[in-house]
Design a protein around this ligand. Structure first.
Ligand code: AHM
Length: 354
């Protein structure tokens, strides 16, 4: 049997990175490998979701008042389990838990990092076989090592992240993670049960043809956002439009596509939900870090997502993210530099249904 030594597994890759940095302790590599292990376990359950009694609602609501699915709980438990039993994480914050979970044992208290995650994003899509994902974010602690982690460790702005990533359970399962050194993607090779480097040094194209937004909310959006979206639908010499609309309703899949192919993803605030739907710490920050490290950009419509000082664990933020040139075009609309005349349509109010 010929062994393909060109294929590098996630473990080999993180160890290789470690060798390039002799001063590194290996804690971050361990943590990424722990997350990789949890992702493989979650992947197994996601793949057999239709076969066993793991679909459907758990019967409870999460802290955001959303129905909790059984697989959400499973994914959350897997991540908590590997990180608690590992040696690199002092505590976690999860979209599924009301409060932070500080591990508070001798080894964990010495760990440099804390981790925040959305164990299963897009979970309302599970029962219809749409791609879903796990999103994670890693911060270096600001509290004293040797003592339990504190809330301040978790409430840091996104620009303090040391790593962030996501796992997409799709037509194949991929783990993509970013550090300050760049973004790399690993595809799960089911035959050996390992994530293997398939997308080295990912760069987000400067521009693209996709725009992703929930059009159902259009009449609830700010006028400037409506004008930008209308511009996306227009033939336009400067942007090569009209763009193609693609919206899965599963952020990991939507942003993954736009990261690889170029595009812009938006979840703006609406009249009913001025801060939108997405959570700053579990969804916006990690993607903002990944896309920025790949050459793209993100904002809440006013400032860079990564510069927001979070006030609470579960806060939400309007979110715009994608290819650099498309984000710049959006900013021109949001700042009033550009506008679109929206002829023949009264956009200030939703048309009344008959
Ligand atoms: P969920 O985890 O409860 O499914 O919510 C998060 C998802 C994101 O993945 C996605 O971008 C967004 O909700 C879609 O929301 P909407 O259906 O309002 O467009």
């Amino acid at each position: 049997m010929v062994i393909n030594r060109k294929v590098q597994t996630l473990d080999e890759f993180t160890l290789q990175q470690l060798r390039d940095f002799p001063k590194a302790t290996g804690e971050l590599s361990n943590l990424l490998r722990d997350i990789g292990l949890a992702a493989k376990r979650i992947n197994v359950e996601v793949n057999k979701a239709g076969l066993v009694d793991i679909l459907g609602d758990h019967g409870s609501m999460n802290v955001q008042g959303e129905e909790v699915k059984k697989l959400d709980i499973f994914a959350n438990n897997q991540l908590v389990g590997v990180l608690r039993h590992g040696v690199s994480c002092a505590g976690i914050g999860s979209e599924e838990l009301d409060d932070i979970l500080v591990f508070d044992d001798e080894i964990s208290n010495k760990s440099k990092y804390v981790c925040l995650f959305d164990p299963l994003d897009g979970s309302s899509n599970i029962d219809v076989n749409v791609s879903i994902g796990t999103i994670f974010s890693v911060f270096r602690r600001v509290s004293e090592l040797g003592k339990p982690a504190t809330a301040e460790d978790f409430l840091q702005p996104g620009n303090k992240q040391v790593a962030a990533g996501y796992v997409i359970y799709g037509s194949s399962t991929m783990l993509v993670y970013a550090t300050r050194r760049g973004v790399n993607g690993f595809t799960l090779d089911q035959s050996i049960g390992e994530f293997t480097l398939s997308h080295p040094d990912i760069k987000c194209p400067e521009s693209g043809k996709f725009y992703s937004v929930n059009h159902g909310n259009f009449f609830q959006m700010d006028q400037k956002v409506k004008e930008y979206i209308t511009n996306c639908q227009k033939k336009n010499k400067t942007n090569g439009g009209p763009y193609t609309q693609r919206y899965i309703g599963s952020m990991v899949a939507d942003v993954h596509r736009n990261l690889i192919k170029g595009g812009i993803f938006m979840y703006p605030g609406t009249v009913d939900k001025p801060k939108g739907k997405l959570r700053l710490l579990y969804e916006c920050n990690p993607f903002a870090f990944i896309v920025e490290k790949a050459g793209g950009k993100s904002s809440n419509g006013i400032v860079n997502i990564l510069d927001i000082q979070p006030k609470e664990l579960h806060e939400r933020a309007p979110f715009f993210i994608g290819s650099m040139k498309m984000m710049e075009e959006l900013e021109d609309f949001l700042s009033g530099k550009r506008s679109v005349e929206m002829k023949n349509i009264v956009y200030s109010e939703a048309p009344e249904s008959e």
